[in-house]
Design a protein around this ligand. Sequence first.
Ligand SMILES: [Mg+2]
Ligand SMILES: [Zn+2]
Length: 195
Amino acid sequence: MLIWINSPKAPSREFLFLDRDGILNEDRPDFITCREDYRFYPDALEALRWLKNRSIQVILVSNQSGLNRAVITWENFWDTHHYMLQQVRAHGGDILAAFYCPHRPDEHCRCRKPSPEMILKASRIYRIPLRSTFMIGDRSTDMQAAANAGCRAVFLDRSSVVPLEGDSVPGIGNGLMRYSTLREAVVRMWGWKKA
Ligand SMILES: [Mg+2]
Ligand SMILES: [Zn+2]
């Protein structure tokens, strides 16, 4: 598990877990290999600013198997991470921490989603109340990771989501909330949480 921490102390007690690819930026079947591949969704940058203005701490939880598949170099991976961060901050948002799993599925690691390990690790570092915290993702593995960690799942259904073999979305209609932009998801989610 790769852990990037901006600050070990959270400025507020409100947290939100986000998947990265397909949520903040366009996903692609051949992996995000470098900063040139990293294309933000404009509404995601707005959503991060909206969250920052409300002191809601954003934590990324992302599978990046391209690393151990040797499709993404470590240098380009961290360069992409820092490019992402720089752009988020330039647009008024921020990210508190990022947890990445670099493993391939056949390595059977402990951290790859749908394992809850990355979420649980974050919750131990920041003492996050999981039952009242949301995880927004675009794949069934995100929904399962959230459920396995005991937090609430929100499904983001962007039309550009790259279908993966065997990646259906079970649970839609079973109380999962479903939105088409991150901006809409965070605004509605927060209204719902505060209600
Ligand atoms: Mg994704
Ligand atoms: Zn892993």
